[in-house]
Design a protein around this ligand. Sequence first.
Ligand code: DGY
Length: 424
Amino acid sequence: MKYKSDYDLDKEAIRILRSNEWGGYTLPTQKLYPYQWNWDSMFIALGLAQFDLNRAWLEIENLFNSQWQNGMAAHIIFRNKASTYFPGPEVWDTKQNPPTSGYSQPPIAASIVLKIYNMNKDIGSNFIKNLFPKLFNWHKWFHTMRVISGGHAIAVTHPWESGRDNSPDWDEPINNINSNAELSFNRLDLNLIDQSMRPSDSEYEKYIYLLEYGKKTGWDHAQITRDGPFAVADPGINFILLRANKDLLTISELLNKNKHKAEIEKWLSYSENAANYLWSDSLNAYVARNIRNDVYTSGISNVSFLSYYAGISDSINVDRHYSTLIKFINNTKYCIPSFDSEHHKFNPIKYWRGPVWLIINYMIAEGLKNYGLNEISNRIRNDVRMLIKRNGFFEYYNPLNGSGLGGKNFSWTAAIWLAWASDS
Ligand code: DGY
């Protein structure tokens, strides 16, 4: 097997990021995702920062230029017209300018902002000052609009909000949705990617049903969380937000924002409770849990191990969780599958039901390093290097044989290469 050199891959990764650039923002990939996506853009900024810091800051500023009055940073920003994506801005009808979707996405931004600031504090100082209140308002939105009274776990109110659209984590809550509505729509993703790698039609019906529900409330986020058909505590969002709150706290200290700092500390004090809510004694892992009925999902996803990235401090379950991680890592040729490969729902090519996603690997590996677990952290990085060297820059990869899946010339994969996996 011939592998590409790091040097050639660096050049290719930069070419991908440049060719997916659309003015001041970058598409995840052309045609399949022809707009600006929230967490994609943040990982992309980290990649851009390796060769063009100003451009990286512009990517982040542009995302937050579309922030809602109530603090939400939306998951898609529809800046240009594109005929290859459904559901487009007219379906969402959020009445924002620029038009956006009506749900959010994992809040990785504060952590990336701190990382890029630390690369060059002179260039970053003004950007960080302007961004701080926006990041703060977004986190506040999560802690007010996405919590259900009495609990501290953050809810996702649409599978798209989790970023892990068709994970088996959503099967139970989605099956509970009683939708009699006649919905007629035309999926455009299947013109570009084989259905075997994408969510099913019945899942799409639920996705659109939930979108229509949000629209009917006039995009009232409190109502959607309180009364809506879907509210699930997701280890992904909870752990990413926990880590982002720690990084936002550091930024508040840099900027002497004492009042904000006190509020962020309060959010952090909720986090251990939220983590406990997600812990499953029978699965020995942090797993998604349906807030409406307290039911745990039936299996383990890769985001369980973002607890290391979040830096969960004194959990009594640390050893048990670590054994689960080792099993997960050893069970497939390439780690870390997005869903437990021993579970009957595991599917090595179907989007979030098994394939490896490099952004999740990156966060988990970073977290493990902070615990001094360098050997496994390096093992994860090495697998990522092999996946890219053998196959190039795909959206996700088959954990059993390494083949590239989904969209090609994928921006966040190129970014992860430049920021973390490349040796050059
Ligand atoms: C899609 O359209 O597949 C996206 O994942 C939604 O965010």
